[in-house]
Design a protein around this ligand. Sequence first.
Ligand code: PGA
Length: 248
Amino acid sequence: MAPIKLVAGNWKMNGSLSGARLLAEEIAAKSAPTARRRVAVCPPFPLLSSVGAFLKGSGVLLGAQDCHAHEKGAHTGDVSAKLLSEVGCRIVIVGHSERRTDHRETDDMVRAKAEAALAAGLDPIVCVGETEAERDAGRTKDVVERQVPASWPKGGTVERCVIAYEPVWAIGTGKTPTVGDVAEVHSHIRSVVAKLGVAAENLAILYGGSVKGSNAPELMAVPGVDGALVGGASLDAADFLKIVNACQ
Ligand code: PGA
């Protein structure tokens, strides 16, 4: 069985309540669910409940951009996976490179967050990817070889977990790896996951980093690419929908 694909929009720290309504309603109206591909939007925390209501009945999944590893407690400013689930989230992004950089998140922290997500009934999208310096040093495969096993949640299954390969240098820059490079890294990630004793052939591995409507047909056709994690282009309904449509 091939992996169920996923196109997830990461709105990051963007949007307003009024803008979110227009964006979510258009995506909800125009991304027909299929048996082989899921669609999700991940707005900032304060918009989750409203966006959940705008998406209601559409089949488009609500996702969050991060969660804390603990269920509750004295963690000012953080949000638990359990609460995210309660407000309707089905998915949560963990270990995005902006979290790894801005909040110094380590692989251990990312793994703990992914485990908390699973325990709360959320499907984690675990992000990995090399920096420009690591790529220039020819270390891309070493980086994913370190990040993937260290960030993969204990007890994680391919039915519940998704990996997003996001080269840091491609995020928000308009630069993308060649299709050959994407295919090679995805295949390497799959072999690393297989060594964890997981049915890696059924794992959805998303590509992320400057995916747009214009390059989506090429990127989504790469063997081993099972969807996209989309930042900038997910803020434009028409562009996001082109990416969704490119992922069949
Ligand atoms: P981008 O971001 O599509 O704007 O490059 C991708 C991401 O950060 O997930």
